[in-house]
Design a binder for this molecule. Structure first.
Ligand code: FE
Ligand code: FE
Length: 163
């Protein structure tokens, strides 16, 4: 077997993220619906919009590379979303459920941050400056979402503690 090249490895990472993002486009509306705190609902809805842009950026990068996603499925994201769904189904106080939803969403963001960091680095190494910049933009948005969720978690938990 031929050794995997950096370009092939970058391609695999992008395919994984492409499927992960598409899974999220379907999951985020359910998470927004399950959230009680209006600010959390809003955060999920806002990130849905960003996530659709993330999908488009990956499509753009594939175009630049002269290839297209081959339908690889991201098992990790499937598992993370399943755990989020378990959280939604649990009988719990609104604030406790919100905190659980935030924890599930942050696991998702951390997974994406790891994945994008990797493909962005490959893009740099391969001299794909435009693709690297697009991936960095997504990486920044995932990072900001993660920080916003941390703030919301503190608010939600404080509200619960005040009762
Ligand atoms: Fe994303
Ligand atoms: Fe995200």
């Amino acid at each position: 077997d031929a050794l995997l090249t950096a370009k092939e490895e970058a391609n695999k990472g992008l395919e994984d993220l492409y499927d992960a993002e598409n899974q999220l486009v379907k999951a985020l509306p359910k998470m927004a619906k399950a959230a009680s705190e209006p600010q959390l609902q809003q955060a999920f809805e806002q990130h849905l919009g960003q996530t659709k842009t993330h999908v488009e950026r990956i499509e753009q990068i594939f175009k630049t590379m002269g290839s297209s996603p081959k339908g690889k499925s991201c098992k990790a994201m499937k598992g993370l979303i399943e755990e989020g769904e378990e959280m939604i189904k649990q009988r719990a106080d609104a604030a406790v459920r919100d905190a659980g939803l935030i924890a599930a969403a942050q696991r998702v963001e951390h997974y994406e941050i790891a994945g994008y960091g990797c493909v962005r680095t490959y893009a740099d190494l391969l001299g794909m400056a435009d693709s690297s910049a697009l991936l960095q933009q997504t990486l920044n948005e995932e990072g900001m979402t993660d920080k916003q969720l941390t703030k919301l978690a503190e608010q939600v938990i404080n509200l619960e503690a005040e009762r």
